[in-house]
Design a protein around this ligand. Structure first.
Ligand code: NDP
Length: 448
């Protein structure tokens, strides 16, 4: 088996030698899915995984825009259309200086499996730009978004490819992007998700990724007869996912003690309650400030520059910032400090070595493609509401989100539970369940 997996990976490495994040994501899938393919004749000899690692289409384009001082700026825009076997391409847009082909291909590849797990008819894609929104005025953000969409609009559409937000792309950016798409196409359609609720957005969409990550942690804990109530929780990031993960943990009776951004983390041993979270939301979403300002408002808290929060003792860790933010050493410290559950809010935040340690220790570990799927699932619900020209209530959407997270958890058990030991390998479960649905559709559609 090792030989088969290595043979496949060698080919992928040769073709994508300059794309480490993409290779990391493919390796994790190959190690669990190839043994499954070998055991199931219908997938054998069809090169399905080889087809799945090649994007159906990858577009790269120039984005020219003028900054507030009248200088012409040039950025790169991308859209990776990875797989459309089970529905139109769907996945977020990331605006961050680190964006390149490797990062977007890893995100698009993970998205294919994640979207399949949601049970909704969505293929996988991802896009974005190396544009850095930090320090830009609202007018600069608007000009950039308009320039970006003036090319992207040719490649997307409500039945073709429906982008959403990701790092650096929130409600403000989706508004500017939607405005330019509507002007160019002269159509009001559900071409983007994460829209404002007065113009086609869904209630609970901003909350969905963070809430879903916590619902998934709750489901995992229930398999051990345990609960979030009374538990200490460390969270990284302070953006969209981290904020709503904090809100849901607090609502369920847990205590969140950390948040972070790329400059460091804050520790508040008293817990980040509703009122303190409102301060963080205003700081990050309106004032666009740094998390270090938290300690000015709450002097009992401490700020640790350039550090991640994983050295703080906790029962539950929710990495909600970015890829590879939790390494082997962090995992060792978390385990030594008694951590029993890790539910990934970000995409691929734990390194391969960290995951291996969590699995060896047999703690509850959920990969992002399962635990953070609530965001794209609710985007799928937004698409349905747009098609129906109807809005569901907050409770209706939240109930559907809970159901979907429960279904994803069930599928992880179906494909990931070891019947002898009872251990649930959520990585294996998510990869195989995500693969089967896409692979069956690809087989049915022939070699296209
Ligand atoms: P935001 O832009 O709202 O927030 C990102 C947060 O992560 C910020 O606090 C940011 O700090 C921090 N961060 C970003 N890059 C780094 C870095 N290199 N090192 C340390 N901290 C960093 O993004 P989201 O909350 O939307 O996304 C967070 C993660 O969740 C990403 O991995 C994303 O792909 C994933 N995700 C998001 C979904 C969504 O619906 N939004 C859906 C599914 C997954 P700073 O401000 O300093 O940059």
């Amino acid at each position: 088996m090792k030989h088969k997996i290595e043979g496949f990976l060698d080919l992928v490495r040769q073709r994508n030698s300059l794309e480490p994040e993409f290779l990391q994501a493919v390796e994790e899938v190959a190690e669990t899915v190839i043994p499954y393919i070998v055991q199931h004749d219908i997938y054998h000899g069809k090169n399905i995984l080889l087809r799945m690692v090649e994007p159906e289409r990858a577009v790269m384009f120039r984005v020219n825009w003028v900054d507030d001082s009248g200088e012409i700026q040039v950025n790169r825009g991308y859209r990776i259309q990875m797989n459309s076997a089970i529905g139109p391409y769907k996945g977020g847009l990331r605006f961050h200086p680190s964006v390149n082909m490797s990062i977007l291909k890893f995100l698009a590849f993970e998205q294919v499996f994640k979207n399949s797990l949601t049970t909704l008819p969505m293929g996988g894609g991802k896009g974005g730009s190396d544009f850095d929104p930090k320090g830009k005025s609202d007018n600069e953000i608007m000009r950039f978004c308009h320039a970006f969409m003036s090319e992207l609009f040719r490649h997307i559409g409500p039945n073709t490819d429906i982008p959403a937000g990701d790092i650096g792309v929130g409600g403000r950016e989706i508004g500017f992007l939607f405005g330019m798409y509507k002007k160019l196409k002269n159509e009001f359609t559900g071409v983007l998700t994460g829209k404002g609720v007065t113009w086609g957005g869904s209630l609970i969409r901003p909350e969905a990724t963070g809430y879903g990550t916590v619902y998934f942690a709750q489901k995992m804990l229930q398999t051990k007869g345990d609960d979030i109530k009374g538990k200490t929780v460390t969270i990284s990031g302070s953006g969209n996912v981290a904020q709503f993960a904090t809100e849901k943990v607090t609502q369920l009776g847990g205590k969140v003690i950390t948040l972070s951004d790329s400059s460091g983390y804050i520790l508040d041993k008293d817990g980040i309650d509703e009122q303190k979270l409102a301060f963080v939301m205003d700081l990050k979403n309106n004032k666009r400030g740094r998390i270090s300002a938290y300690v000015d408002a709450y002097p009992n808290a401490k700020f640790f520059p350039k550090k991640t929060p994983w050295s703080e003792p906790c029962a539950i860790a929710l990495p909600c910032a970015t890829q590879n933010e939790l390494n082997e050493n962090d995992a060792k410290i978390l385990l030594n400090n008694g951590c029993i559950c890790v539910s990934e809010g970000a995409n691929m935040p734990s390194t391969k070595e960290a995951i291996a340690l969590f699995q060896k220790a047999k703690i509850l570990f959920a990969p992002g493609k399962a635990s953070n799927a609530g965001g794209v699932a609710t985007s799928g619900l937004e698409m349905t509401q747009n098609s129906l020209r109807y809005n569901w209530t907050r409770k209706e959407v939240d109930d559907k989100l809970k159901d979907i997270m429960g279904n994803i958890h069930d599928k992880c058990i179906k494909y990931g539970k070891d019947e002898k030991t009872g251990y649930i390998d959520y990585v294996k479960g998510a990869n195989i369940a995500g693969f089967v649905k896409v692979a069956d559709a690809m087989l049915a559609q022939g070699v296209v």
